[in-house]
Design a protein around this ligand. Structure first.
Ligand code: NAP
Ligand code: G4F
Length: 342
């Protein structure tokens, strides 16, 4: 039985990856941070599985991580742990770098001192490392990160490349473009929109406050990207791959599609901070612009070219933008709880 260690198992991707690996008969180990309230809601359905083992740790705690990895001796490590909120990284830059960059270094060191060639290492890299370089982005596109988050992830990217070159480690970067699911964190724009749609569907009246409506992202479904992460570690040689859909939509389009699921056609009125999205039928205000959600530096357009992963790994996304939005809206309407969206 193969053993895998997932850092970030309590997050969106970690929870989906744990389910995927258990399905493949792996012994799955995950690290959980100490919190004052339970933080295992996303893996609730997996708790009690005989092949799932959770350990308290934090990637910032080098001694704990090295001890844990020496004890488990995994064949695969998926480093998904991160402070992954781009806007927050501007207010918590040191914490973001400690977790995302130094945390990755700790894990690479812990992997390096395992018996030679015994463990493969996957790093959750991101399209944020490209910054505002012209879309579509490929593995050859120059890196120009525009946030502390992007900078921390670029440092981790190069550490992975360096450990591969200097120490012969099987270490690979998955450069993933935005991917969402019903488990997406509630502060990210996709989930914020689909939760607001659910609130309106259940009789809510509070307008949704958003930032930049014209930012464009390449949104895919997390389920497809989990399969890609695993595929990157199964290939005979370690390398870095983009996973993306190759299509790009604006936040505005995401909102129009999501609100359409409850029979609301959005009509935009005004501009700048005064712009509002109204229900074309009733005139009710559904969306307002709030500068609190603007970023000090915005990343305007991301669209990935995943030709390399397609050609070498045979990876293809199977769920398109419309399917993703439908899945998220349906799930939020079905599981609606009247908590405010942030
Ligand atoms: P997420 O939902 O925010 O999950 C992050 C995970 O990291 C959580 O389990 C969190 O634990 C854990 N974590 C945070 N700080 C930690 C620390 N110091 N020590 C140990 N664990 C820590 O993120 P996601 O969307 O699943 O993304 C997974 C990874 O892919 C992240 O590295 C992210 O940066 C990267 N990525 C994501 C996307 C995307 O679109 N989703 C795209 C490209 C790259 P708690 O539950 O305790 O907070
Ligand atoms: O949903 P977002 O917060 O995701 P963002 O910044 O693209 O980052 C996500 O994807 C990255 C991959 O490219 C990951 F590495 C990262 O960890 C994370 O998973 O914002 C998307 C866009 C931005 O341009 C933002 O300015 O939506 C815009 N936006 C507009 N209104 C908003 C809002 N974003 C958020 N979070 N909240 C808003 O109200």
């Amino acid at each position: 039985m193969k053993k895998a260690l997932i850092t970030g198992i309590t997050g969106q991707d970690g929870a989906l990856l744990a389910a995927f690996l258990l399905e493949k008969s792996y012994e799955v180990h995950g690290i959980v941070r100490r919190a004052s309230l339970p933080n295992t809601a996303r893996i609730a359905a997996l708790l009690g599985h005989p092949s799932l083992h959770l350990h308290y740790a934090d990637v910032i705690d080098a001694a704990a991580m090295i001890t844990l990895i020496q004890t488990i001796q995994p064949q695969e490590i998926y480093n998904l742990a991160a402070q992954s909120d781009v806007l927050l990284s501007f207010t918590m830059p040191a914490y973001t770098l400690d977790t995302n960059a130094s945390g990755t270094l700790t894990l690479l060191e812990a992997t390096r001192i395992l018996p030679k060639n015994s463990c493969r290492f996957y790093q959750a890299s991101t399209s944020e490392i490209f910054g505002n370089h012209e879309a579509p982005q490929t593995e050859q596109t120059p890196f120009q990160p525009v946030s502390p988050y992007g900078i921390s992830k670029l440092c981790a990217y190069w550490l992975v490349v360096n450990y591969r070159q200097a120490h012969g480690l099987f270490a690979a970067n998955g450069i993933l473009f935005n991917h969402e699911s019903p488990l997406r964190g509630e502060r990210f724009v996709s989930r914020k929109i689909t939760r607001a749609v659910a609130a309106f569907a259940h009789g809510g009246t509070t307008p949704l406050k958003l930032g930049n409506l014209d930012a464009r992202r390449d949104w895919g479904h997390s389920q497809d990207y989990i399969r890609g992460m695993w595929g990157i570690l199964q290939h005979s040689t370690p390398d870095d791959y983009i996973l993306a859909t190759g299509t790009m939509h604006s936040v505005r389009t995401f909102a129009e599609l999501a609100f359409g699921h409850i029979g609301c056609k959005l009509q935009w009125q005004g501009s700048g901070l005064q712009e509002k999205g109204l229900d074309a039928k009733t005139g009710q205000v559904m969306i307002e612009v709030d500068p609190a959600f603007f970023r000090p530096v915005e990343l305007h357009s991301l669209c990935g070219d995943a030709s390399k992963a397609r050609k070498i790994l045979g990876w293809e996304p199977t769920i398109n933008f419309e399917g993703l939005v439908a899945d998220m809206v349906k799930n939020d309407i079905e599981n609606y709880k009247s908590a405010a969206y942030v």
